[in-house]
Write a protein that binds this ligand. Structure first.
Ligand SMILES: Cc1cc2nc3c(=O)[nH]c(=O)nc-3n(C[C@H](O)[C@H](O)[C@H](O)COP(=O)(O)OP(=O)(O)OC[C@H]3O[C@@H](n4cnc5c(N)ncnc54)[C@H](O)[C@@H]3O)c2cc1C
Length: 506
C-alpha cells in the first residue's frame, strides 16, 4: 500500500539531497537519483519540477514505458491523496482508443464486411502473444543484431505461428493453430494478414525479417515443386523451427552455375542480400544450368559459406552474402523441372509481395498513432503541436494514406480468399504489384511527415521518437524487397494493358 501524500508535503522537498516530484499522481523521491539523471541534475531542480507536479515536463521528454522500468518505478514513495492515475500501461492484447490507431474493423462503433468473430478472437490472442513474447525479443534483437532465440522460435512453433505465416493450405492440416482458436480448414488470408500487421507494430523492421521471413518466402517452392521425400524431410523441420531456410535468388555478379555430375549437381557461385542467410540451414536457390534457370534446394554443408552484410536495418535479419564453392547437391533436391526455374520463382512472388504489404501497413499505422499522440502531447511555446494547421495537415494526409492502403489491401485479400492459386496468379499479380508500390510510397511519405512532426527526436534511436527513427530509416525496405516499387508499378500497368479489350477505343 503506497503512502498517501498531499501536494503541500511534496512542495517541501524541492532542494539538493531532498527532491520529490509528482508524475501523474505518483510521488517519486529523486534525491539519490538526481546525479544519475541522463539529462543532468539541473532540469530536475528547475522551477515547476522540483517539489511540483512535473507530469507535463516528463511527458514532453519521455515515453510512459520509462516510468515502468524497475530502476525508476522503485523510486516511487507514494501517491497524491485524492488524485487518480490517468496514464496506465495498456493491458497486453488490448486495442488502442486513439482514432485511426486501429483499422476500422477493430475500432469501436465501426463496421467491416471482411472479418468474422473468429478473426477478432484470433487477433486478440495474437496481439497478446506478440506483445508478451515477441516484443521483448524484437527489441532485444533489433538492438543487439542477434538472431531470434531458439526459445522464442519454439514458442512460436508451439502455437504454429511459423506454419500460419505461410498462409492457408494443406501444410496446416492436423495442426492446432493458436491453441485451437482457428481450425486449419478455416484459416484464411485475413488470419494471415492479422499476423503480418501485428508482427510489425514494434518499430523493429530488422526483426520483422529476422522472424523467419526466409522460410515464408523460401518454403513454398518446396511444397509446390519438391519431391515427396524432400517435402517429408524439410517441411516438418522448418515449420517446427528446428531448421532455418532462406530464399537465395539475387546474384552478386557471377550467378550460381551448375554442372551435373552423376546423381549430383555441383554448384559454384554467389548470392547477395539473402534474408536469414547468416543462420539458414537450407537455401532455395536459383541456379543456371545448361538447360536454363533451375531452382535447387541446397543444404548448408561443405562448400557453403555465409557472411553478414551490414545494412541500414538490424543484422537480426541475418542478411547474408552466400558463397557456393563446388557444393554437391543431390539431383533429387531440384524444385520443378530443369530449366523451368523462372516459373518456380514467379509463382512465389504474389504471396511474398502481399505479405510485405501487410507488414508495411502494420508498421505505418503505428507511426500514425505515434504522431497523433505526440502532436497532442508536445507543447511548443505554450501550445500543443496539433494547434498548428501545418501539423494537422500532415496528420490528415497520414490518415488518408493509411486508410487507403488498408482498404485496398483488404479488398485484395478478399479476392485471394475467393480465388484459386491459378486465378490469383493471372488476375492479381499486376494489382498486387501496384498495391505494393502504393503502400511503400505512402509509407515513405508518412515517414517524412512523421520525421518533421517529431523534429530532433525523430533522429534519435532511443527515446520519444524511436519508432519514427526506425521507420524513417527502414521504410525504404518495403519499396525494394520482393521487387522494386517502380518495377512492380510497371508490371501492374503492363498486365492491365495486356487485358485491354481490342475494341476499347475512345
Ligand atoms: C535487405 C535486403 C534483403 C533481401 N533479401 C533477399 C532474399 O532473401 N532473397 C533474394 O533472393 N533477394 C533478396 N534481396 C534482393 C532484393 O530482392 C533486390 O534488391 C530487389 O529485388 C531489387 O533488385 P536490385 O537490388 O538488383 O535492383 P536493380 O535491379 O539493380 O534495380 C535498381 C533500380 O532500378 C529500377 N529498375 C530496375 N529495373 C527496372 C525496370 N524494369 N523498370 C523500371 N525501373 C527499373 C528500380 O527503381 C530499381 O529500384 C534483398 C535485398 C535487400 C537489400
Amino acid at each position: 500500500m503506497m503512502r498517501k501524500l498531499s501536494f503541500e508535503e511534496v512542495q517541501k522537498h524541492n532542494k539538493e539531497n531532498d527532491l520529490w516530484i509528482v508524475i501523474d499522481s505518483k510521488v517519486f523521491d529523486l534525491s539519490k537519483f538526481v546525479d544519475l539523471h541522463p539529462g543532468g541534475p539541473n532540469v530536475l531542480y528547475a522551477e515547476g519540477v522540483a517539489g511540483r507536479d512535473a507530469t507535463e515536463a516528463f511527458f514532453g521528454l519521455h515515453r510512459h514505458e520509462v516510468l515502468l522500468r524497475p530502476q525508476y518505478s522503485r523510486l516511487q514513495i507514494g501517491v497524491i491523496d485524492g488524485e487518480v492515475e490517468h496514464i496506465k500501461a495498456p493491458e497486453p492484447g488490448s486495442l488502442s482508443k486513439v482514432p485511426y490507431a486501429e483499422p476500422s474493423w477493430l475500432s469501436e462503433g465501426f463496421f467491416n464486411p471482411y472479418y468474422s468473430d473468429n478473426h477478432r478472437t484470433f487477433q486478440k490472442a495474437i496481439r497478446k502473444f506478440f506483445e508478451e513474447v515477441i516484443r521483448p525479443e524484437a527489441i532485444r534483437c533489433e538492438e543487439s543484431g542477434k538472431k531470434i532465440s531458439q526459445e522464442v522460435v519454439d514458442k512460436m512453433s508451439d502455437l504454429e505461428v511459423i506454419a500460419m505465416r505461410l498462409g492457408p493450405g494443406k501444410h496446416l492440416q492436423g495442426r492446432k493453430l493458436m491453441n485451437g482458436i482457428v481450425k486449419p480448414e478455416e484459416f484464411d488470408y485475413f488470419h494471415e494478414l492479422i499476423l503480418n500487421t501485428e508482427m510489425s507494430r514494434f518499430g523493429t523492421r530488422g526483426f520483422v525479417d529476422g522472424m523467419l521471413n526466409g522460410a515464408v518466402i523460401g518454403l513454398p517452392p518446396i511444397w509446390n515443386y519438391g519431391s515427396s521425400e524432400l517435402q517429408a524431410k524439410v517441411i516438418p523441420e522448418v515449420l517446427s523451427g528446428k531448421k532455418y531456410l532462406a530464399l537465395a535468388i539475387t546474384e552478386a555478379f557471377a550467378g550460381s552455375d551448375v554442372i551435373l555430375d552423376g546423381d549430383y549437381w555441383v554448384v559454384t557461385g554467389t548470392k547477395k542480400w539473402i534474408t536469414n542467410g547468416t543462420f539458414a540451414d537450407y537455401f532455395t536457390t536459383g541456379c543456371k544450368t545448361d538447360k536454363g534457370l533451375t531452382v535447387i534446394l541446397i543444404e548448408r554443408g561443405e562448400g557453403v559459406s555465409t557472411k553478414p552484410i551490414k545494412t541500414a536495418y538490424s543484422s537480426t535479419a541475418g542478411t547474408a552474402y552466400v558463397v557456393f564453392d563446388k557444393v554437391r547437391v543431390p539431383v533429387g533436391n531440384t524444385l520443378g523441372e530443369v530449366g523451368n526455374g523462372l516459373s518456380v520463382i514467379l509463382s512465389n512472388f504474389n504471396h511474398e509481395r502481399w505479405m510485405v504489404t501487410g507488414c508495411s501497413v502494420g508498421a505505418q499505422r503505428v507511426i500514425v498513432e505515434e504522431c497523433l499522440k505526440w502532436a497532442n502531447q508536445r507543447i511548443v511555446f505554450g501550445k500543443p503541436l496539433a494547434s498548428q494547421a501545418v501539423i494537422r495537415n500532415k496528420l490528415g494526409k497520414m490518415i488518408m494514406r493509411i486508410e487507403a492502403c488498408q482498404n485496398w489491401l483488404e479488398t485484395v485479400t478478399y479476392q485471394m480468399n475467393n480465388m484459386s492459386y491459378h486465378e490469383m496468379s493471372s488476375r492479381l499479380a499486376g494489382q498486387i504489384g501496384l498495391l505494393k508500390q502504393f503502400v511503400s510510397r505512402c509509407g515513405r511519405e508518412t515517414a517524412e511527415d512523421a520525421t518533421q512532426i517529431f523534429g530532433g527526436r525523430a533522429l534519435t534511436v532511443t527515446g520519444m521518437g524511436k519508432h519514427v527513427e526506425n521507420y524513417h530509416r527502414t521504410s525504404g525496405y518495403d519499396a525494394i524487397l520482393a521487387g522494386a516499387e517502380d518495377v512492380l508499378g510497371d508490371l501492374g500497368v503492363r498486365q492491365a494493358m495486356k487485358k485491354m479489350p481490342k475494341n476499347a477505343l475512345l
